[in-house]
Ligand binder design. Structure first.
Ligand SMILES: Nc1nc2c(ncn2[C@@H]2O[C@H](COP(=O)(O)OP(=O)(O)OP(=O)(O)O)[C@@H](O)[C@H]2O)c(=O)[nH]1
Ligand SMILES: [Mg+2]
Length: 986
């Protein structure tokens, strides 16, 4: 009896423990380059010095920040979803995770004041989303180590307009990266707060998560083993089935079907470029997608990339956007591209793609360790998450679910937990404290942190928890282990010292696009693959990362590509140029002075100097000119984005109901974490119009970049003469009807000008830029006024205009036009040289990916992001983008997140040499003067950019960074170089 009772009590105790276990999922959001990934690494206990831009989504499992071993037992590890901050991801991928997370972390680059408005809007969108309503949020003002970083909490609150935020939030000032052995404990402190807060409200929060999961057809909580298992089997053997509920956006009808019904679990989420073969879909996701107009030919030939999922997402977004915002312009086109052909063949295509793909690629996918037990998690494997891509039908801003009034306005339900009642959850309570602490720590750097105590252990630990997907199962919730007291942080920290957040290897799912041009079937080219990479060592990772981070490394990659390329570069000039850029070019007799990454614009100059323009050579040029721009239509459809929180309706409490409903309509569909846009069917080539559409819609920056790469390989034709390019740009001005987009852009320009007249400072900049382009004058745009005082013109274009200020901050860039132009064009120019014929070697990437760093993104960035140099694309990006933003018809249509905003630098530079020049100058400065920001140049305001032209310009820089450079970002270091120091201006 005694034994039995003891046993019973023990089992009951275990049951209780299990019941108490909470599966918590945290989403990490923020603009690109904010430091999200770095933050996650820090939470994992393995801070890194250089992070690589995330292409899709990474899922990490970190140990619960426990105080005691018992706590450890009683808690499930925490799943952290690290998403890409790129605009397209923000719009299309982020919403997929909103209903799966219990809380979120918003990371912003506090040193990048130029993007503060963008941060504000992004945060606003997040908090305004019904799915995130009342979910606690930790706001991390990152990069405090950089000069000019906002250190004042009040200032942050004011700039982010969260003073009145009713939800539970906390602001922490942190430095996510390793900073000279100075550990910043604020991240973990904030994280602990977040977890505690979630636990305090776990029942309600988890109910929403679970309900949402159930609501979806494949409703299964994230990490559900069984589900994943079944899903996997399906994914392997069965063709994807269309999502049950599809919203067909006007332009993307054909495509919508195409999305696989796989569960998020089953579908691989894509992460870092390292796992993805060069031609991979990353491009599609790149922010630069806006430049879709870019060469259709290049795309089709060089690299068909498409993920059905992505397309679908876009379509979804688009539909939603149409209702509310202007964001989804390019997306629709993309859908078209994929369209019918894809539908017809989709099932078979999938299979084909799988069959055709190299086994090596398939293996990782098959071997997805979904069922890995916890022990397996401890393996040092690093995998990208398999997080599900839910169908996000709404963009961040446009989410249909956003019915609720701005979080700022709404009240929060009282939390049952003591914590809540205590109010500790609210940032106010902790803010001062934390802030003061932070200051202290700052002054007394390095502050003592648990890292300090147990660096070794924690480091070791970091990888131990990696798991592809945690076997999360919703369990009965109880009050958080943590007391109401927020002060637990210290304890937690202490604890954590001994038990640092284990890093979790992430599974990386990616779609592998075969470059088989043979296959007309787009699907054929696209395949979803799950790659599991095993990271043995943090050190190794670091090493790898370092190796890749350098621009030279990128160059190497490029070189590798080139080597792979069967065709030699066409023009010696180009070769020279290239050789210059690429350190690795053994073949090139020329010296390797600078890394391309550093001087993105080099190509540009070279291009100019070169007689021929690749774009011209393209067969599609004519068509492109003639082709109507579907884009414009889509744009016209787009509606101005909701500007502020005020827009949000009154607070609704129906979350659950809505949630469920939503879920029903939006089942977890997707799989691949990464959504990739841009899919090219060779069949499409037949139709010029289609081509055009496709090009526009699909040419994300990444795609463009890819195209570029492909281009280089394949392109046999020399680039057009600079004169031609210039002419083109001029033509645009002249109202020459090259394309609707151009016309539009033109009109936009005009309208912008008209509207702006008198606003030389802000809006005129755009015009100036435009003019300058045509004139080839590197004129420094007036637009670069400081931030916040945007003139009315800015308002026209939306919030972005506000960011114009930032640009102004970088006047120096203009002063250095020459340099910039020089470097800016590198990517492009090089691209044409490359011949498409060379199929990308997955191996290349694989090899790269082998580096445990998040190199994947790097690779993709490098190769893929490079936009093709086609003049079309340039013109288009420029004009289209501008048009959108500045279109008089849709004055506000320009959503801050428009893809256009991220036109590929190269594209713009190519065609708009004059403008580019000005731009380039700007960019160059940024690039050239990284010193301003400790080699962490802040990004241009371009993002935020003035709504209209200006933003584009700025964006262009960005794009170049992302598309060209970003894509090229091999390592964070390289990235840093690329990133313009806009902050410096401030
Ligand atoms: N100086 C400094 N640099 C940082 C800090 N945190 C991140 N970085 C750098 O900023 C760059 C971007 O960091 P990531 O962690 O990749 O940023 P992210 O938000 O994940 O960016 P995406 O994945 O592109 O969305 C990298 O070069 C990092 O090394 C910081 O606290 N201080
Ligand atoms: Mg990242």
């Amino acid at each position: 009896m005694g034994a039995a009772s003891c046993k019973n009590s023990k089992s009951s105790e275990q049951n209780q423990e299990n019941a108490n276990k909470k599966n918590i999922t945290i989403g990490v959001f923020g603009l690109d380059y904010a430091g999200k990934t770095s933050t996650v690494k820090a939470i994992e206990g393995s801070p890194i010095k250089h992070a690589i831009s995330t292409v899709s989504t990474n899922t990490s499992i970190v140990p619960y920040p426990v105080l005691t071993k018992r706590d450890e037992k009683s808690h499930e590890p925490i799943q952290i979803i690290d998403v890409s901050g790129r605009r397209q991801f923000r719009e299309h991928s982020w919403p997929d995770y909103y209903d799966k997370i219990h809380g979120l972390i918003f990371v912003l680059d506090a040193s990048e004041k130029k993007r503060i408005i963008e941060n504000k809007q992004t945060l606003e969108d997040l908090l305004g989303n019904d799915k995130l309503r009342d979910k606690p949020i930790l706001i991390l003002a990152n990069k405090q180590d950089l000069d000019g970083a906002i250190e004042d909490e009040k200032e942050i609150k004011r700039k982010l307009d969260i003073d009145q935020l009713k939800i539970k939030y906390k602001i922490e000032f942190c430095t996510a990266i390793k900073n000279n052995n100075k550990d910043d404990d604020s991240i973990r402190k904030g994280f602990s707060w977040l977890i505690r807060t979630i636990e305090a409200n776990y029942s309600a929060l988890n109910a929403r998560v679970v309900n949402n999961a159930k609501g979806s057809n494949r409703s299964k909580p994230i990490g559900s083993k069984n589900d994943r298992k079944s899903d996997d089997s399906n994914s392997e053997d069965e063709p994807p089935t269309p999502p049950k509920r599809m919203i067909i956006p006007p332009y993307s009808k054909a495509r919508t079907d195409f999305r696989p019904t796989n569960d998020s679990n089953k579908l691989p989420s894509i992460n870092h470029a390292k796992n993805i073969p060069k031609p991979s879909s990353r491009d599609t996701h790149s922010e630069d997608d806006n430049d879709d107009d870019v060469n259709y030919n290049a795309r089709v030939r060089a690299r068909p990339v498409i993920s059905p999922v992505d397309n679908d997402d876009y379509s979804y977004n688009r539909s939603s956007n149409q209702a509310n915002t202007t964001k989804s312009n390019t997306l629709t086109k993309k859908k078209k591209v994929i369209g019918p052909a894809s539908n017809a063949n989709k099932d078979t295509s999938y299979k084909k793609s799988n069959d055709n793909e190299p086994k090596s690629y398939r293996v990782p996918y098959e071997s997805l360790p979904e069922d890995d037990s916890w022990s397996s998690m401890k393996k040092t494997s690093k995998t990208n998450d398999t997080l599900p891509n839910l169908y996000s039908k709404s963009s961040i801003t446009n989410d249909a679910t956003k019915k609720y009034p701005s979080p700022l306005l709404r009240d929060i339900k009282p939390n049952s937990s003591s914590l809540t009642s205590k109010g500790s959850n609210y940032s106010d309570n902790d803010d001062d404290d934390s802030f003061s602490k932070r200051d202290k720590s700052k002054s007394t750097f390095p502050p003592k942190t648990r890292y300090d105590d147990d660096d070794d252990s924690y480091k070791k630990f970091s990888s131990s928890y990696s798991k592809n997907k945690p076997p999360f199962t919703p369990k009965k919730t109880t009050l958080g282990v943590y007391g109401a007291d927020d002060d637990d942080d210290d304890k937690l920290n202490n604890k954590t010292n001994h038990r640092p957040f284990g890093s979790t290897p992430t599974k990386k799912l990616f779609k592998h696009d075969e470059e088989d041009e043979e296959g007309s079937d787009p699907f054929k080219k696209t395949s979803l693959k799950l790659t599991k990479t095993v990271d043995s060592d943090d050190d190794d990772k670091k090493k790898t990362s370092k190796s890749y981070l350098s621009s030279s490394d990128r160059l190497n990659f490029d070189n590798d590509y080139r080597r792979t390329t069967s065709k030699p570069p066409i023009s010696p000039a180009i070769t020279t140029k290239r050789s210059k850029d690429d350190d690795d070019d053994d073949d090139s007799p020329l010296p390797k002075p600078l890394s391309r990454s550093r001087f993105p614009n080099d190509n540009y100059l070279s291009t100019l100097s070169k007689p021929t323009n690749r774009l011209i050579a393209d067969d599609d040029d004519d068509s492109y000119k003639k082709s109507p721009s579907p884009y414009s239509a889509s744009k016209s459809l787009s509606t101005p984005k909701k500007p502020t929180s005020s827009t949000y309706g009154a607070d609704n409490d129906d979350d659950d109901g809505k949630y469920n409903t939503k879920n029903t309509h939006r089942p977890f569909a997707t799989t691949s974490t990464t959504k990739k846009l841009g899919r090219f069917d060779e069949e499409d080539e037949e139709d010029d119009d289609d081509k055009k559409k496709i090009t526009k819609s699909y040419l994300s920056s990444s795609d463009r970049s890819n195209l570029d790469n492909d281009y280089r390989r394949t392109t046999t034709k020399p680039p057009l003469s600079p004169a031609t390019t210039t002419k083109r740009s001029k033509d645009n001005d002249d109202d020459s009807p090259p394309s609707k987009s151009l016309n539009r852009s033109l009109s936009t320009y005009k309208s912008a000008t008209t509207t702006k007249k008198g606003d030389d400072d802000d809006d005129d900049d755009d015009d100036d830029d435009y003019k300058s382009k045509s004139n080839s004058k590197p004129k420094v745009p007036l637009r670069f006024n400081d931030d916040d005082d945007l003139p009315s013109s800015s308002s026209k274009f939306g919030t972005r205009s506000k960011y114009d200020d930032d640009d102004d901050d970088n006047p120096s860039s203009f002063s250095k036009p020459t340099i910039r132009s020089k470097y800016g064009s590198d990517n492009r120019s090089s691209s044409p040289l490359r011949s498409t014929s060379i199929s990308r070697k997955p191996d290349d990437k694989a090899s790269l990916s082998s580096s445990k760093v998040n190199t994947r993104s790097n690779f993709e960035d490098d190769d893929d992001d490079r936009p093709p140099i086609s003049s079309k694309s340039f013109n288009r990006s420029k004009h289209d983008d501008d048009n959108k933003s500045s279109s008089p018809l849709n004055p506000k249509s320009h959503s801050k997140f428009d893809d256009d905003d991220y036109p590929s630098l190269s594209s713009k530079l190519a065609t708009q040499s004059p403008r580019l020049t000005a731009r380039s100058k700007f960019t160059d400065d940024d690039y050239t003067s990284p010193s301003k920001k400790n080699s962490f140049p802040s990004r241009d305001d371009d993002y935020s950019g003035k709504g209209g032209l200006r933003s584009r310009i700025g964006n262009d820089d960005f794009d170049s960074n992302k598309g060209g450079f970003n894509s090229a970002r091999v390592g964070s270091a390289a990235t840093q170089r690329f990133r313009p120091n806009m902050n410096d201006d401030d």
